[in-house]
Design a protein around this ligand. Structure first.
Ligand code: ADP
Length: 542
């Protein structure tokens, strides 16, 4: 017997309709590429999204076609999120920090029809315009007065002109909720980038789950500033969550330095933010140097790489901002786990609470996870056994776009490539990415633990731990460190800092000081580059 409930397709356009009806006057504030601050209300977002849908239709974009963006976090990008998905086309958010060759490869692979871009990326678009095979229209996301006088791009269109010429009446079509909505490519550190194609259903379900109190904890009383870019897995769903819960949105545009961010947090009363650890480092350094505080910020989501406990402490103890450590992947839309305490843990001694918070957290309902040994046998959830992390659920990939990379699932589970433990309370902790794990004498050493300890040293700005070749042990940990400006630190002092904090044989064999650690397109440390750079490093223990 079936239940007698209504069958309604879960569509992204329904988020927009909801926001218009119930949060029409809520604000969206954007620092623009043009330099000024723009503000309007959700009802303006909805009206302009309808115009944008008409404009894209007029350019020939049809159901299922890909419309690409190269854009910062801002209201025009948000309009395109909703307009393109709402009309049944697919928004393809490209990462502008990629090499032009990669952008061409991705645009061709996605068969993008239209490319909308922020003016910052004009040189990039000029570099690729003559090379991409399928893009018919290039749209500069700006107004007439900011259009370049001349450009190497044939028939360059102006976004505001297109919207002015379009009607603000558009009936969002109703279609199957499994229709594709959004396409994101993974960074492709190994092999070609792979496309992850979300559906309306997966996006709406993920949005519900991500907004929950023990997930990102978002409400109509929040002012949310996503530092995480809208080209990095949908800014972790925050532009969708904003419409679902009616939160005020604040977009930083291209201005991501510590000062610009802090100014915006203060002037707009931001309560919640989100980003990768490297962004927060710059903000914290700026605040420390200038003796600044937050007046309204209460929570920040940190994920994308492990959040060093020293950063957590700085946020919580010095600035009264609660850190929400979260783990996810492009293939997971992205949210998998978030770290919030259970009732019985709230009163634990401070250091015990920090030890829990350093974990990546508990699964959000909808995500099922397990760890397995190299033979695929499930390992116990005892907080000790560590193995490859596998996940499944309705917002987790089933296969990559165009079948790239073959069939990714193993018995219906997606292997994440992360190595983790799961404790009896269900808290998952990543010890490493499988390709970053250091294999010393047949045993694994988790690089994240070693980096976290280094980051707790007051003279360390950034630390990466990689496996260096060793004649006896195969690999031994080598610590690559960027010192804070003006700080004094020696190799021996840093190695001594590990004493008593970790099993003795995990202690790094050597430390090298560098000016900078290479960061990838989403702000993560590129350990593959470091491994290449230090492949001939001679350890003193060798
Ligand atoms: P990529 O970095 O490969 O482009 P993603 O942005 O999807 O792709 O990154 C996913 C990976 O980032 C995860 O598999 C994991 O290794 C790492 N990651 C994400 N969040 C965390 C976290 N909180 N702690 C440690 N690692 C994390």
């Amino acid at each position: 017997m079936n239940g007698l409930m209504q069958q309604q397709q879960l569509l992204i356009s329904s988020l927009l309709t909801h926001a218009e009806r119930h949060h029409g006057d809520q604000q969206i504030v954007s620092r623009r590429v043009e330099g000024d601050v723009h503000r309007y209300a959700f009802r303006d977002l909805v009206a302009r999204s309808r115009r944008a849908a008409n404009a894209m239709t007029a350019l020939g974009a049809r159901f299922g076609d890909r419309v690409a963006t190269l854009a910062w976090n801002g209201y025009r990008h948000m309009e395109l999120y909703y307009a393109v998905c709402g009309m049944g086309a697919v928004i393809h958010t490209m990462n502008p920090r990629l090499h032009p060759d990669q952008v061409v490869w991705i645009a061709d692979h996605a068969e993008d029809q239209v490319l909308c871009f922020d003016m910052t990326f004009l040189p990039l678009v000029e570099a690729i315009a003559g090379r991409v095979k399928t893009i018919k229209h290039f749209v500069a996301m700006t107004s007439r007065e900011h259009m370049p006088a001349s450009s190497k791009i044939p028939n360059l269109l102006c976004y505001e002109d297109l919207l002015d010429a379009a009607s603000d009446r558009f009936d969002w079509p109703v279609f199957d909720e499994n229709t594709a909505s959004c396409l994101c490519y993974t960074s492709g550190t190994t092999g070609n980038p792979k496309g992850v194609l979300y559906s309306h259903r997966s996006t709406v379900l993920h949005t519900y789950a991500a907004a929950l109190p023990d997930s990102l904890n978002c409400s109509a009383r929040d002012t949310i500033l996503p530092v995480v870019p809208m080209f990095h897995v949908n800014a972790w769903s925050l532009p969708y969550i904003a419409c679902m819960v009616g939160a005020k949105m604040v977009f930083p545009g291209p201005h991501l330095d510590g000062k610009s961010l802090h100014d915006l947090f203060e002037s707009e009363g931001v309560t919640l933010s989100a980003g990768v650890p490297t962004v927060w480092q710059a903000l914290l350094a700026h605040m420390e140097a200038n003796g600044l505080k937050f007046s309204t910020m209460r929570r920040t989501v940190i994920g994308g790489s492990a959040c060093p406990p020293a950063m957590m402490k700085a946020f919580q103890e010095r600035y009264d901002v609660q850190v929400l450590h979260a783990w996810g992947m492009t293939e997971l839309s992205p949210l998998g786990t978030a770290c919030t305490l259970k009732a019985k843990q709230v009163e634990l001694p401070r250091e015990e609470r920090y030890a829990i918070q350093a974990k990546q957290g508990r699964v959000v309902f909808g995500v099922d996870m397990k760890i397995v040994d190299p033979d695929g046998k499930e390992l116990p959830r005892d907080g000790k056994a560590s193995g490859e992390l596998l996940v499944r659920g309705p917002w987790i990939i089933s296969e990559y776009f165009k079948g790239e990379g073959g069939q990714p699932l193993v018995d219906g589970w997606f292997p994440t490539g992360d190595v983790a433990t799961i404790d009896t309370d269900g808290f998952m902790q990543i010890t490493d990415r499988s390709k970053d794990v250091i294999k010393s004498g047949g045993e694994w050493i988790g690089s994240i633990d070693l980096e976290n300890i280094a980051m707790a040293h007051p003279a360390v700005a950034m630390a990466a731990c990689i496996g260096a070749r060793h004649p006896k042990w195969d690999e031994r940990p080598l610590l690559v460190v960027v010192k804070k400006p003006g700080a004094e630190l020696t190799r021996d002092a840093l190695i001594a800092f590990y004493e008593g904090k970790i099993a003795k044989w995990w202690t790094p064999d050597d430390v090298v000081f560098v000016d900078a650690i290479p960061l990838g397109a989403t702000g993560k440390m590129q350990k593959n580059k470091l491994r290449e750079q230090f492949k001939d490093h001679r350890l003193p223990t060798a």
